[in-house]
Design a protein around this ligand. Structure first.
Ligand code: SF4
Length: 723
């Protein structure tokens, strides 16, 4: 009654947004989250940013999908109209049995339409970095074992694929070497192509603490003068796209001023002579006009990094999302290796993972070249082990890697991929050249989307399966520090929404795989490891040496364990590569990088550079944060940031609408002045469907990492009224 006191409950979990992996407690009453409180987790010690603290009410949004949907026969797939659609215009409600049958039938029909298999096969899947490890694992297992293809990928391809390629090549492993919080032990921290104050905000607080409390020297290398520049020892506002010139100049200085750590190089690396010969031509004096940073500053930074007691490198999408992203990362790896700034607290390499579970989803095998724990699909023993454990006939898994995200979209456009299963990703917003991506999705014979909202991608689906949101299920998640943590169910799902892992198991059964985990439909997980999510985790553990010592029971008990963990009493290893690298020789390889320009450069028609990225308040394609009241109130609409002088030159006024055009599309959005912007550059966050930044971006790929150049394309910006 009116006087009854609502029963209050506290459920400990992990933040669903960024890769920092802050632990938090949901305060729940009557099945609704009332508020969120920071908890003392290893990454955050009780701290939370605005997203973690206020971005929870999306789960209770009236726009949640609550019933399975099947496309109406009279609803054409219109790639030009994927925004803000009422589901009734496109779909009819269905029972779970009917929808799952329809989903499986369409996938089977695509398989029957051709004898092509492997990367030429007709089916592909995009898994999610926003679900649990168990969900990612089951998803890749389904695609691989039901369709005999490795055409399974996820947003890591849009994020750190190039970093992963360079790290695997150089160090034999793509994990971060040190946790983010190690900045508090560093004397020098070099941050390049990352904006932690907006994208890893609690991580940025540790950086600020280290500067204030220990006098840590921060070197911020970014064309934009972002928030941390105020506290930085040096801000190197270099010319976009010239990273290799700048970084090779640092390598040159260290090597030719005799600052390299020769003992470390001799003991732990290969191919130093080749690197030395390569960077001989890259003196700071020669590179200054190329990268826009004076030679004195380049030399000062190189000396500070090389001679520091401990120095750490953090990087983000500004490094990786280029056609030369792998080369950029190779330079950073070389910097740490030739100085021996690796393998100790406060040193090492940390590619800042964006999504809460992009590390875990990659570990679990949502990658077309590798099985769980990065065993290459070309390794016969790795394939045989997976086939045995998965109970599929020998030879089911092929030796050829599958297609990557952008390649899958292109193959859908060309008619090779006929059907797709998409779990919690939104390629209609997140893929480069979004017009093309939407057209490709619309051309599919059969598209099944699992999500919590009717995303832009779901508008093009044949079957939409309503999934549970993060606070509605239990499972493990791995943060940027390699720390495996437990997300716990706090509230019931609305209507008939079901856990993604349950959906995947039901589909697997309909596709003849005979799975018997018996995952609970409501997202709960019992503490026993014999069935449900616990059984999935134990199966992963059997296949993944990195978590061999982390049982489901231990995870329940401890809540957070950093792999590698060999056995149950191994406490875990926040710092790795302390005495050798996981390569056949135990040594790391130094790989030189050539200077290549971006794929598309400004010209008379498109005179400005466009950089895309995130904002503090909004998350990726905005499907969650734009439905969180506080966050949406703070940043309610799309903006293009320009230097005030650039805006004045173009006749643009703050707050008024500008049109931004590239060779691929155009968007209209309000102008925001930002004196930290370079004068030749515009910045647009990609969270807004009504002005989707990716309608503009260039799908040109890094040849090694297959990542698109989301951080650089040519645009024209002008007042809207002039058109
Ligand atoms: Fe969540 Fe990241 Fe903010 Fe922490 S820093 S509260 S993990 S968004």
């Amino acid at each position: 009654g009116a006087y009854a006191k609502a029963s209050q409950q506290r459920v400990d979990s992990v933040c669903p947004f960024c890769g920092v992996g802050c632990q938090m407690s949901y305060h729940v009453s009557n099945g609704r989250i009332e508020h969120v409180e920071g908890k003392a987790g290893p990454a955050n010690e009780g701290r939370l940013c605005v997203k973690g603290r206020f971005g929870f009410d999306y789960a209770h949004s009236p726009e949640r999908l609550t019933r399975p949907l099947i496309r109406r026969a009279d609803a054409p797939k219109d790639p030009a109209s994927v925004m803000h659609r009422d589901w009734r215009e496109l779909f009819r409600e269905a029972t779970w049995d009917e929808a799952l049958d329809a989903a499986a039938t369409g996938l089977r029909r695509a398989m029957a339409s051709t004898s092509a298999r492997g990367r030429q096969g007709p089916v592909a899947g995009f898994g999610s970095a926003k679900g649990t490890n168990e969900e990612a694992y089951l998803f890749q297992k389904l695609i691989r074992s039901a369709f005999g293809t490795h055409n399974v990928d996820h947003c890591t391809r849009l994020c750190h694929a190039s970093s992963v390629a360079a790290l695997m090549e150089g160090l034999g492993s793509a994990v971060v070497t040190n946790p983010l919080r190690d900045v508090v032990h560093a004397d020098v921290v070099l941050i390049i192509g990352a904006n932690p104050a907006q994208n890893h905000p609690v991580g940025a607080t540790w950086i600020k603490n280290a500067i204030q409390q220990r006098g840590m020297k921060l070197v911020l290398i970014d064309p934009r003068r972002t928030e941390l520049a105020r506290q930085a020892w040096k801000h190197l506002g270099f010319k976009s796209g010239t990273d290799v010139a700048l970084l090779n100049a640092l390598l040159h200085t260290i090597i030719f001023e005799g600052l390299a750590n020769t003992a470390y190089i001799e003991q732990h690396t290969l191919d130093f002579a080749r690197l030395k010969a390569h960077v001989a031509d890259f003196s700071p004096e020669a590179m200054a006009p190329v990268c826009g940073i004076d030679a004195t500053t380049l030399r000062e930074v190189a000396r500070a990094y090389a001679t520091a007691g401990s120095a750490m490198i953090l990087w983000g999408m500004g490094v990786s999302q280029h056609t030369h992203g792998t080369d950029n990362a190779r330079c950073l790896i070389a910097l740490s290796l030739i100085t021996g700034q690796i393998g100790r607290p406060g040193t090492g390499l940390h590619p800042l993972r964006g999504q809460n579970n992009v590390q875990g989803a990659s570990d679990a095998g949502l990658i077309p070249m590798v099985l769980p724990d990065y065993h290459r699909v070309s390794e016969p023993a790795a394939r045989a082990k997976a086939e045995r454990l998965w109970g599929v006939p020998a030879g089911t898994l092929g030796s050829e890697p599958g297609l990557t995200v952008v390649e899958i979209v292109n193959a859908a456009y060309d008619g090779q991929i006929r059907a797709m299963l998409i779990q919690g990703e939104n390629p209609a917003m997140s893929d480069p050249d979004a017009h093309h991506a939407r057209e490709a999705l619309a051309r599919l014979d059969h598209l099944v989307v699992q999500d919590i909202f009717l995303t832009e991608t779901a508008c093009l689906a044949d079957v939409v399966l309503p999934a549970t949101a993060w606070p509605e299920k239990t499972g493990s998640v791995t943060n940027t520090d390699r720390c495996v943590q437990l997300g716990r169910k706090a509230v019931p799902a609305p209507g008939e929404a079901r856990a993604d892992a349950w959906i995947t198991e039901q589909l697997a059964r309909r596709l003849g795989l005979g799975w018997a985990y018996d995952v609970a439909p409501d997202g709960t997980a019992s503490v026993d490891a014999d069935h449900g999510i616990g059984a999935v985790f134990e199966e992963m553990r059997a296949l993944m040496p990195s978590i061999a010592g982390l049982s489901w029971a231990r995870l329940q008990r401890e809540g957070a364990v950093t792999y590698p963990v060999d056995n149950e009493s191994d406490p875990g290893h926040p710092v790795v590569f302390t005495d050798h690298f996981p390569t056949p020789t135990g040594r790391a390889t130094l790989v030189p990088s050539a200077l290549t320009p971006p794929a598309e450069t400004p010209d008379a028609d498109y005179p400005l550079v466009l950089i895309t990225g995130r904002q503090l308040e909004h998350w990726h394609t905005g499907s969650m944060t734009r439905r969180s009241q506080v966050l949406d109130a703070v940043e309610p609409g799309p903006v293009v940031s320009l230097h005030p002088e650039t805006a004045a030159r173009l006749g643009l006024v703050a707050g008024e609408v500008a049109q931004v055009r590239s060779r691929r599309g155009s968007v209209a959005l309000a102008v925001r002045f930002d004196a930290g912007m370079p004068r030749d550059t515009a910045f647009i966050p990609f969270a807004y469907a009504e002005a989707a930044a990716n309608l503009l971006t260039n799908p040109a790929l890094d040849p090694v990492g297959k990542i698109a150049e989301l951080k650089y394309c040519a645009v024209d910006v002008r007042p809207m009224k002039a058109n």
